[in-house]
Each structure stands twice: as C-alpha cells, then as structure tokens.
Write a protein that binds this ligand. Structure first.
Ligand code: MRU
Length: 355
C-alpha cells in the first residue's frame, strides 16, 4: 500500500469544525480532535498537536475560516478589521515557520478582494481549501525532484518529521520515500529520534513503517557514527524558513547533521515548498527561533528525568548556514550554489522548472 491508499490527513475541514490529527498522541493512538473555535486552533498549533510548517499554515487558514463562518459582523470594513485581529492572534501561536504567516496573509488578502461580508466569507473558505489542495501537488513535485537525486537502494538520513502528516500529503523531506515506494524502489531511511519531543521516533518512524518503507530508528547522538558506517548516500531534511541568502531554519539538531554530513562528504539536502522561502528575511540571523517550555527537556512521557531546579535551554530550531547545504529542493526545481540569486529568481519566475 502507498501513502495515497493509506492516507491519514492531518487536517480535515468540515465547515463548522475542523478535525485535527493529534500528533501528540501518535504513535499509540490515531485520534482526531474536534476543533470548533479559533482558540482551539491556536492551542493545537502551539501545543504541537498539529505541527510541521505546511500543516501549521493549513490549520491556521482553516482557523480563520472557522472564525469567519461564525462571525455575526455585517459591516464589510469592520469584518475585515476583525479578520486582521484574528490573523494576528493565530500568527502568535508559533514564531519560526513562515508558512504560518504566509497562509494567514493569503486568506486575509482573499477576503480583501471581496465587496461584501458574504463574499469575504466565501473567499476565506475557498482560499483555505486551495492552500491545502495546492500543498498536496507541491509536495508531490518536491518528491519527484528529490527522487532525481537518489538511486534505487540508497540509504538516506533524516531528522524530525517532514512527512505526509506535516503537510497536506506526501511531505517534503519524506516525499521521495513515498514516491519511491509507489514506483517500486527500495530506499532505506535512518530516522533521528529528534529530542526533545521525538518527532522522529513518534512520527517519522510511525509514518514510514505504516507505509512499508524501510526505516531504522537511531538516537540523535548516533547520527555521526551511522553516517560513517552505514553507507548513507544523503541527508534530507525539511525546513521552517529559508532566508534570502539560503540560510535555513529547521528542527534543532539539523545544523549538527549538516556539519557531520560536510565532514564526511555526504550531500545535505533541504526540501521545502516555495511558501517556506522568506525573501524578506535577509539571513538566518534574523530568523526568530522558538524557545519552548523546559518540561520538554526535563521530562519524558510526563516523568522527570533531570534534577529539580536545573537550568534548561530549549530552542526548537537551529539555523544551517547556506554554505553547508548542497541543494534546496522545491516544487519548481532544485537550486544550489548562489542561493541569493537562485531563490529570488525561483520565487519570481513561476515558469522555471529546474535551475
Ligand atoms: C514539512 S515539515 C518541515 C519542518 O516544519 C519540520 O522539519 C520541522 O522542523 C517541524 O518542527 P515542529 O516543531 O515539529 O513543528
């Protein structure tokens, strides 16, 4: 079976409510949360019940649709200013993944193209649905380009979960494995467990195993040894924001993997949709890095594993400088070398297929 046949969507829109796959309960329970208010959506994003850059954007877009469907305001301009306040509220749920702001701004812009409240409501819903639908095609294209860098039989390493459940379907970094499966290739994946909240062991291991893709779980501190001894042909990761110069923010631990890959001469690829490119942020130094609650570090499954009172630093992301990235794989092609120029061309020129 392939991801197309076994698909468990992360977000399902039902007009007056959303069904959100609770990724905090995976791999033990496949549970959908019944989300009825914009506050529920904020909470689900902030607590990582829905996570992964594209999925956060999709959930937030539907959050605005939920709000709009139940809003009683009849004056068009008051409706639009209330909408913008809701946009700012949802934008405060997480700071690093730019897809969140990109999706919210698309929905607000669609409402601004309306002449009445009724039309604005229709536009908001249609735009949110379009964002979700487009992401599926985008991820498939990313998977096709990523697969062109691999060969049947290759072993590849990844971190976190940039998979189907982090997007509309297929994923970004995991898309090539889903597509390889469809075409009968055998790729094997080494998944870093991804402390502190274990997106690798709880989500990537679950997603790939459920799709009969050869996956081996390692702890994060096994990565260098595994890269060196297991004939790994590439590292592929997702990302939360790419700055104009190609510096890339992704799950904490990614930068370490990039350094290890460089030291061992293994290509290090970043896979992402163009919605993750943030040309307004000039370099990685300007990307806001989320710091999360210390309990994520001091506790495992609710059990304290560190002494009371210990100081904790818990950045959720790190930035990999562009010089360590062999190529960035997008739905419009693969870029490498001078990222500054290539990324802005890519964002501007929708017709480019491969650079
Ligand atoms: C296609 S998902 C890409 C990234 O969002 C992913 O690699 C990642 O770092 C997710 O972090 P998370 O904190 O789980 O939202």
């Amino acid at each position: 079976m392939t991801v197309a046949e076994k698909w468990v969507p992360s977000v399902r829109y039902r007009g007056n409510h959303l069904l959100i796959l609770d990724q905090q309960q995976l791999p033990h329970h496949t549970v959908y949360l019944n989300v009825t208010t914009i506050e529920h959506v904020w909470d689900a994003i902030s607590k990582l019940k829905v996570r992964g850059a594209p999925a956060i954007g999709i959930a937030a877009a539907f959050g605005l649709a939920l709000w709009s469907n139940s809003e009683k305001e009849v004056d068009h301009s008051s409706f639009l200013s209330k909408l913008k306040k809701q946009r700012d509220y949802l934008a405060s749920s997480r700071p690093t993944a730019v897809n969140l702001f990109w999706a919210l701004d698309r929905v607000v812009a669609s409402a601004e193209r309306s002449a009445s409240v009724e039309e604005a409501k229709k536009n908001i819903e249609a735009e949110a649905l379009l964002i979700q639908e487009e992401d599926e095609n985008t991820c498939r294209k990313i998977g096709e380009y990523a697969l062109s860098l691999l060969q049947d039989g290759d072993a590849v390493m990844t971190i976190c979960n940039a998979g189907a459940i982090a997007t509309s379907k297929y994923g970004t970094a995991l898309a090539p494995f889903h597509l390889a499966k469809e075409q009968g290739w055998n790729l094997s994946v080494y998944a870093n467990e991804t402390r502190p909240v274990l997106q690798g062991s709880r989500l990537t291991a679950w997603e790939l195993q459920a799709n009969d893709i050869d996956v081996t779980l390692i702890t994060d501190n096994m990565a260098a040894h595994t890269l060196k001894t297991k004939n790994i042909k590439a590292v592929i990761v997702g990302c939360d924001r790419v700055a104009a110069n190609g510096d890339t923010a992704n799950k904490i631990g990614t930068f370490g993997l990039a350094l290890q890959a460089r030291a061992l001469g293994i290509p290090f690829y970043v896979a992402c949709p163009l919605s993750t490119l943030d040309l307004k942020t000039s370099s990685g130094e300007d990307i806001p890095i989320e710091e999360r609650p210390e309990e994520e570090v001091t506790h495992l499954n609710g059990v304290r594993i560190a002494p009371e009172g210990i100081k904790v630093f818990n950045p959720a992301f790190d930035v990999t400088p562009a010089e360590y990235i062999s190529a960035i794989i997008t739905e419009k092609g693969i870029v490498s070398g001078n990222y500054q120029e290539a990324l802005s061309t890519l964002k501007e020129d929708e017709s480019i297929e491969t650079l």
